[in-house]
Write a protein that binds this ligand. Structure first.
Ligand SMILES: [Zn+2]
Length: 670
């Protein structure tokens, strides 16, 4: 019998035949598909014919079809519906895949062919997209070290493997420190804490084998504790432990790891011919240079600091009103901010929830796409990997556009968070393939299922990513959909969140589960107003972290990262009652791996764009302005990574984004 993962899929729209695939099919299909891709790549590298775009770059694009099929199904179920068997498979596949891609990127014969095509690029009569794919392919190999020889090549290999070890150690040390510490509380210590915090601390106590409730360093426990506990002495102890993670001395101390990591990154960048690691890292991003990143962050820093200082003065007065003299400290901020929030923006979550039915919010996200892009959605009856999954065919003017799958409910076996992925990306080469796109969320089940406002925003966010995949209209899959720079990829998703806040959308779709009535106006205003609360604090703790990250990588690596951090914060005039969102010994974004190193700024970069892009609709007079929607699709949603991100944005907006809309959106504008 043929393995269902490797056979031709004759299902509607060639969706994977989930009802025929068993866990026992994955390992044999994986081995066959991996070997097939290896053979394809070897054949391309060893081709006796002279290298051309077609027999080298396009051939690489076309290779690995079976592997893509196997992995898209496997990673879908491994992330959203795992079990011990799938976990074991993942542990088996991961190192094999890492070795496979390392083997390809260090294949000299292959790189020589790519370099030859690259050298001849001006004589090849390539389309704009082909030139781009060639450039990205070549650049990817060069950045991986394929152009290095001899001692430099060997050194690069050593650096990479040492960095991987350091990244893992950093993460494990942080986890160990977080696990190690807890603070038992007496029944008396619980006074003033809301039930949900007490429940979480009792559960944490049981987990730690303690007699009663405990405070732990998990964000979901310590942050509510700092927000709600009136016991300043206990807040101070807990905050000190939280701030010391990764810097407690001994085996789990991360400070030396941070220093070694930064030095190796600098060396790696220099081996590749860059002045600094930031120059290396930002080359592929929309920001491109450390100067551009710093300019953005500093434009936000000053107004954010001014707001935080004004807020800090209000909170200090509240504290003095409690009879506590002296300065507001970091362990005081969240407590007094929460008191202030309650006084100014009290939003009754329990009263709000019945207005946010999952079903109605899905309808709302679809309806906005209908108004903006003319898409229509029809539910499909196809077997998927779990009974909770639903699928829709997406069409426009009667033509097929994509298949959209929604897997909305939390369950054991699904990892936390929410994400969007393409089970199949859009492409026209080697043949036309329509995208199959999935949104996975972790909403609570119910009858009807009800969302929090944050949940509803997540739904719109992930659907924005889905639109980026579904409206993609490019030739090569490697540049389709969300295959764009990291600091650009959150633009479509964060932008789509704005339509949830359009009053007419909430008025139509936020209807009460029992009465069917629209959300009352004052509740709607409270929902929208709460978003700006304490943004001075949130912006300061974030921007300070992003600026320290940049300072670490933009220039010579500091021998003492903690001293460097202190120097940067002193120069900025960091408010005393606010600390970095992630201080160096805990900064997993930057030290657990390469993902966000010299890249922590990118969340805000995307926010600058989404705020500015939504203003284009407002300037045109309507959140559903047809011409602006058309421009958004033409220049941003359909183009994937075929063009540099800044050029795409300029085509859409006629200019690059400024920070004004973001400052307004966060309530920080002067
Ligand atoms: Zn996102």
């Amino acid at each position: 019998m043929t393995n269902p993962l490797l056979s031709d899929w004759t299902t509607p729209f060639k969706i994977a035949p989930f009802n025929k695939i068993g866990d026992a099919d994955f390992a044999p299909a994986f081995d066959v598909a991996l070997a097939e891709h290896q053979a394809e790549v070897t054949a391309i590298a060893d081709n006796p014919e002279a290298p051309t775009f077609s027999n080298t770059v396009e051939a690489l694009e076309a290779a690995g079809v079976a592997l893509d099929k196997v992995l898209s199904v496997f990673f879908s179920v491994a992330g959203a519906d795992s079990n011990p068997e799938r976990e074991a498979l993942q542990r088996d596949f991961s190192p094999k895949l890492a070795a496979h891609s390392a083997e390809i990127s260090s294949n000299k014969a292959l790189f020589d062919r790519i370099a030859t095509v690259w050298g001849a690029r001006d004589e090849l009569d390539l389309t704009e997209e082909q030139q781009r794919v060639l450039m990205l392919t070549h650049r990817g190999f060069v950045r991986g070290g394929a152009a290095l020889d001899g001692a430099e090549e060997a050194r690069m290999k050593d650096i990479k493997s040492r960095l991987a070890v350091l990244g893992t150690e950093f993460t494990q040390n942080l986890l160990a420190d977080e696990r190690e510490w807890f603070m038992p509380l007496t029944e008396q210590d619980l006074e003033g804490l809301p039930n949900f915090v007490v429940d979480a601390m009792r559960a944490a106590g049981e987990e730690k084998g303690a007699d009663g409730p405990v405070v732990t360093l998990s964000r979901s426990v310590i942050v509510p504790f700092l927000q709600f506990s009136p016991r300043r002495d206990l807040r101070e102890i807990a905050f000190a432990a939280w701030a010391a993670r990764g810097a407690n001395g001994g085996k789990t101390d991360n400070r030396a790891i941070a220093a070694e990591t930064l030095a190796l990154r600098e060396e790696r960048a220099k081996l590749l011919g860059y002045d600094s690691f930031s120059d290396f890292k930002l080359e592929t991003e929309m920001a491109k240079t450390p100067e551009a990143v710093r300019a953005l962050l500093m434009a936000v820093w000053e107004p954010a600091k001014a707001r935080a200082e004004a807020d800090g003065a209000v909170l200090t007065d509240m504290m003095h009103g409690d009879g506590i003299n002296g300065d507001l400290e970091p362990w005081d901020w969240r407590y007094y901010a929460e008191k202030r929030r309650k006084a100014e923006h009290d939003l009754d979550e329990a009263a709000l929830k019945p207005y946010l039915q999952l079903e109605r919010m899905i309808e709302a996200s679809f309806a906005c796409a209908t108004r903006l892009f003319g898409l229509t959605f029809k539910e499909l009856d196809v077997p998927l990997y779990h009974a909770d999954c639903r699928a829709w065919e997406v069409t426009r003017d009667g033509s097929h556009v994509a298949v959209f799958i929604g897997d909305y409910f939390a369950r054991g076996g699904k990892r936390s968070g929410a994400w969007c992925s393409a089970m199949r990306g859009q492409a026209k080469f080697p043949e036309v393939q329509g995208p199959v796109v999935i949104n996975v969320c972790n909403f609570a089940k119910g009858d009807p299922a009800l969302l929090s406002y944050d949940d509803a925003r997540t739904l719109f966010h992930e659907f924005g990513h889905a639109l980026h995949q579904m409206l993609s209209n490019v030739t090569y899959e490697s540049v389709s959909g969300t295959s764009v720079a990291r600091d650009f990829v959150e633009l479509p998703s964060q932008l789509y969140e704005h339509w949830l806040e359009v009053p007419e959308v909430l008025a139509e779709f936020a209807t009460h589960a029992e009465t069917g009535e629209a959300m009352p106006q004052d509740m709607l205003e409270k929902v929208l107003g709460a978003a700006n609360f304490d943004q001075g604090f949130a912006t300061v703790e974030y921007v300070a972290s992003a600026l320290v990250d940049l300072a670490f990588h933009d220039g010579a690596a500091p021998a003492d990262p903690m001293a460097k951090q202190a120097e940067v914060l002193a120069e900025l005039g960091m408010p005393r009652a606010i600390t970095m969102r992630h201080a160096t010994p805990q900064f997993a974004h930057v030290f657990a791996g390469d993902g966000y190193s010299s890249g922590y700024y990118s969340y805000m970069w995307s926010e600058v764009m989404d705020a500015d892009a939504f203003e284009a609709f407002e300037e045109a007079g309507s959140p559903f302005d047809a011409a602006t929607a058309k421009a958004l699709e033409t220049h941003i949603l359909s183009t994937g990574g075929t063009v540099e991100a800044d050029a795409l944005y300029e085509r859409f907006r006629g200019r690059l984004p400024g920070v004004e809309a973001l400052l307004k959106g966060r309530g920080l504008a002067a």
